[in-house]
Design a protein around this ligand. Sequence first.
Ligand code: IVH
Length: 307
Amino acid sequence: SFNHPSPMFSLANAFSNEEIIEFDSRIKRLAGVDNISYIAEPKLDGLAVNLIFENGIFKKGATRGDGTTGEDVTKNLRTISSLPLKMKHSKDYFIPSFIEIRGEVYIEKKPFLKLNTRRTEEGEEPFANPRNAAAGSLRQLDSRITSRRPLNIFLYGIGNVEGVDFSTHWEALQMLSGWGLPVNQYIEQAKDMNACIKYFERIGAMREELPYEIDGIVLKVDSLDLQKKLGNVSRNPRWALACKFPAAQATTIVKGIAVGVGRMGTLTPVAIMEPVNVGGVMVSRATMHNEDEVLKKDVRVGDTVVI
Ligand code: IVH
């Protein structure tokens, strides 16, 4: 196991524009200002990791775990081709002697489907969704297996760091890309709450076309001074918010097909699925009452389905 030098927090969720606006009002009130500028980011549906770089060299990486202690997955992270094991030197970005970098490991939609097809052909259990596939691949004991999985990574945050100075989250992201590390291209500066809501709608409309799954956006107060001032409520920073998309869809696996008996004795097949979060609700059953549709889709045990 691995103790994170600084704890990894999780995000409070909002499911509507009203809740997002309330978040902004609360921060303005606490900070005593009349406008807050944010950084808006896609919320990647993967798993959070913590990377340690020393003098520009990737040394260690771990899963988030409970936020204090995670699993050491250094060997497996080394197999991710989009993760440079050495920071790029440039005169604009000083390389720190020690830095903790946070990000998300994920698998893109198409490679995920290919991986599942291959697994099914080889008689192995398919993964319920790209997130599970990424988690399973990263936590493999044999890193040769991990190296054959299409893992990817985006970095979006900094924990403890020595010897570099920055005063906004935006500067932190620019440093990360300056060091040659992968940062999501859709991250934007949002000068006020209006811009945040527009971003939320814009990214929501792009969601299906993106090559990877996202389940919302994340808003972060740009000023690090203000972040510090706002602090945390238990494990959630008061300066960040996950805004979840309303009409979500999710991928899961049919584990079995049961038969439900109605009040009138009607028999209805029910798909029993690996539980999956769809827009904040855990779904594990779906009736298969629509025979035409079920036959057309040819839904069977072991199939990957979209809820
Ligand atoms: S920031 C305090 N940024 O969401 C900030 N997290 O509940 C903590 N996630 O464990 C994380 N995309 O797995 C952040 N752009 C993003 C993210 C992101 C996805 C996940 C991450 C984290 C969870 C927080």
